[in-house]
Design a protein around this ligand. Structure first.
Ligand code: 0PR
Length: 354
């Protein structure tokens, strides 16, 4: 808390933040967040304006992900959206001992979901950092409720073979979830097959508060079929609206309004431009590091992993660089919208001198 006469604490700036999936919100998103700060989309009959903004946000997310008539909502983040996908699949499953089959590259939010929901999480080995459909099929059985694909993995930015995983899900009579929490705002500008229009995808996570430049908290949960939302809904007898499919009750109108504002401003031209710049930056830094003899995991999406000795990472941290490693120890550079060529160039200079 600030004492009288002293300035309130300043948030850290993004000048040396290289491994985060958060970024500077778009000015329109920031402004909308402030305006809608005291509204609660969890009570849509009382807070009707923000409820309308949420419908618009979901419609745009649907447009981005090949779903003309999307069901869903703006969640608190990727963790909630992934948990809700597991919850819906569990609730719809015929089995009383349901399991989820995912590649070992899935985000740790699935561990939380499995723990909270009491389902078994089966992790299949990956092949060249992507999900291996055969390995996933080996783990699937008649109790499999959900198959998970990742479109833009947390550590390497890899895109799983979604159409092949849709077949695995179909053979197991399970739902297919795509986690595009980070990748969803860049993949529309690539030639990858990853969304509802490319395969029999049932649910998806796509987060405006990552590449979408909304304020935190703004995740996205989408479903093809109303049945999925119905499987999540509980009765809310004392509210005007009679049921609620979200996990949280009161939720952030700031997140919802900012997601709508960012997308209204940036979809699609602004996001395309952001992607192109980020991808070019990722390729530039990958090249610069390779030239210096480092082993680089090549950036399919704007995310570079590079094998740098632990001591070097520590030395870079001492110089203020906010960098975190992958589980295999590589340094991870996520080319978020705030990451400029100048920043990367200063980073490479520091790497040369430590
Ligand atoms: N799915 C994927 C593919 C993710 O990468 C993440 C987060 C999630 C789901 C979960 O999303 P929420 O964090 O919104 O619940 N991945 C980042 C990570 O774990 C999150 C992050 C963001 C970490 C900013 C640090 C940071 O500064 O690395």
């Amino acid at each position: 808390m600030s004492k009288q006469g002293t300035a309130p604490p300043e948030p850290q700036d993004f000048e040396r933040v290289l491994s985060s999936m958060c970024t500077v919100p778009h000015p329109a998103a920031r402004e909308a967040a402030e305006r809608f700060l005291a509204t609660n989309p969890g009570d849509p009959t009382t807070y009707q304006t923000v409820a309308e903004l949420e419908r618009e946000a979901v419609a745009t997310l649907g447009e981005m992900t090949g779903l003309p008539d999307p069901e869903g909502y703006v969640a608190s983040g990727g963790t909630e959206a992934n948990l809700q996908a597991v919850r819906a699949a569990r609730n719809l499953a015929a089995s009383d001992d349901p399991n989820v089959v995912a590649p070992e590259s899935v985000h740790f939010s699935f561990q939380k979901a499995a723990d909270v929901l009491g389902v078994e999480l089966r992790l299949a080995p990956t092949d060249d950092r992507r999900a291996d459909p055969a390995a996933m099929a080996d783990l699937a059985d008649e109790d499999t409720a959900l198959v998970v694909a990742v479109a833009g993995t947390t550590e390497y930015g890899r895109v799983d073979p979604v159409p092949a995983l849709a077949e695995v899900a179909e053979d197991a009579d399970a739902l297919l979830h795509v986690d595009a929490a980070w990748g969803g705002f860049v993949l529309p500008f690539t030639d990858r097959d990853w969304h509802f229009g490319h395969a029999a995808v049932d649910t998806m996570t796509v987060d405006p508060h990552k590449m979408g430049r909304a304020v935190i908290p703004a995740g996205g949960f989408l479903a093809r079929d109303e049945r999925v939302l119905d499987a999540l809904a509980v009765d809310t007898p004392y509210l005007e609206s009679t049921s609620q499919a979200t996990l949280t009750g009161t939720r952030s109108g700031a997140g919802v309004a900012s997601a709508q504002a960012a997308m209204a401003e940036l979809w699609p031209a602004g996001y395309r431009e952001t992607y192109e710049r980020a991808q070019a930056n990722a390729e530039w830094v990958a090249d610069a590091l390779e030239t210096r003899g480092y082993e680089v995991v090549d950036p399919v999406l704007p995310l570079v992993a590079v094998d740098v000795p632990r001591a070097t990472v520590e030395a870079l941290r001492d110089r203020g660089w906010r960098v975190s490693p992958t589980s295999a120890g590589e340094l991870r550079v996520v080319c978020m919208p705030h990451v400029t060529r100048e920043m990367l160039s200063a980073f490479v200079d520091d790497l040369d001198s430590v």
